[in-house]
Design a protein around this ligand. Structure first.
Ligand SMILES: [Zn+2]
Ligand SMILES: [Zn+2]
Length: 356
């Protein structure tokens, strides 16, 4: 099978951008297209023929070594969608031909206090798809049947479903964690793959709410208006109303302070990001208690997802026929997609179309 493999950490070369990681090689093609044997499913596994796989910002972090996979080489990709090609000898949940998807949650231990408390996203032994084990940038991959998600009947196009598997599910979890309810105001900082899905969910779930999008990118603000934002402004703008709930998806720190300033009393900001750029000390010391935190304002991060999140979200996506804006690439164009993602050429979600 054809697969894209990360063999060594490197800095992804982007035209016009200064070097940032001096000790790593500079590459425009960080992943290598190779021919590998089709993996064999273990007893409780399913073999998936991958139709499409979403491209996530986390892949940039994996390649550039900020969240390096524990061992290399590895096949990245944690938003795979495809059909079951073969089932393991003890696997009973699926049959060949079933349509399935995988999320970032590759496995959890099932025994730690978090797993026992329905918080497998916080598991002590959490393993990520395409990080601790091979992912979906390949024609085939293997998943334990209990961690594969059954896909709703009416979500047919794999390219439109793939971005739902991380951007959608984690976006859904972030929205839940904000405590959002109908009538409350919502602020979205950054408008990439996740938040462009979150706004559609919010419009569907909370029809009497207003949502405000904040992005420094004019194209993202334009897309936000098209997808029903009540207002879209630049990163330091005051939102037209105070925010009860906010989600930050930007890699920088400044938007956190701007979002906290805009929060209503008792409001909550959720940071949906696996990694923030190293904090500038001046910026952190700019945290002003009366301005940013007094009046019971809260700040919280979102880490990973649970299988329950996946099921709830896919049910919602099917009900509202949620569709991402997609930029499509072939498997061999993955490096191009990653370079464009790093350089900010983004409209919605990037997806690799791999098989049928
Ligand atoms: Zn992701
Ligand atoms: Zn656990």
């Amino acid at each position: 099978m054809k697969a894209l493999v990360l063999k060594e950490n490197c800095e992804i070369e982007v035209a016009g951008k200064k070097r940032q990681i001096e000790d790593l090689p500079l590459k425009t093609e960080p992943l290598e297209l190779v021919e590998l044997p089709i993996p064999k499913p273990g007893p409780k596994d399913i073999l998936i023929r991958v139709s499409a796989c979403g491209v996530c910002r986390t892949e940039l972090d994996q390649i550039e070594g900020r969240i390096s996979p524990p061992k290399l080489p590895v096949i990245p990709g944690h938003q795979p969608v495809g059909t079951v090609a073969e089932v393991g000898t003890k696997a009973t949940r699926f049959k060949p031909g079933d349509r399935v998807g995988g999320t970032w949650l590759y496995s959890s231990c099932g025994q730690c206090r978090f797993c026992r408390n329905s918080e497998e996203n916080l598991c002590e032994e959490f393993q990520g798809t395409g990080c601790h084990a091979d992912g979906g940038y390949a024609e085939y991959m293997v998943l334990n049947e209990n961690y594969a998600q059954k896909l709703p009947e009416n979500l047919r196009d794999p390219v439109k479903v793939a971005p739902l598997m991380c951007a959608g599910v984690v976006g859904y979890r972030s929205l839940k964690l904000t405590g959002m309810a109908d009538g409350k105001t919502l602020g979205l900082y950054g408008f990439g793959s996740a938040n462009h899905l979150v706004i559609q969910m919010a419009n569907f779930l909370y029809p009497n709410s207003e949502n405000f999008v904040v992005s420094r990118n004019p194209a993202e603000r334009e897309l936000a208006r098209q997808l029903g934002a009540d207002w879209a402004g630049d990163i330091s703008d005051r939102t037209p109303k105070k925010l009860d709930c906010a989600i930050d998806t930007t890699p920088a720190w400044k938007p956190v302070l701007f979002a906290l300033e805009n929060l209503q009393k008792g409001g909550r900001l959720v940071i949906n990001l696996i990694r923030k750029e190293p904090a500038d000390k001046d910026l952190l010391f700019g945290l002003d208690y009366p301005e940013h935190l007094w009046w019971e304002k809260e700040i919280k991060s979102v880490a990973n997802v649970t299988r329950q999140d996946g099921q709830e979200f896919l049910g919602l996506a099917a009900k509202m026929r949620l569709e991402p804006e997609v930029q499509e690439y072939g498997l061999a164009e993955a490096n191009k997609a990653l370079v464009e993602l790093k350089s900010g050429q983004i409209r919605g979600s990037k997806v690799l179309r791999i098989g049928t």
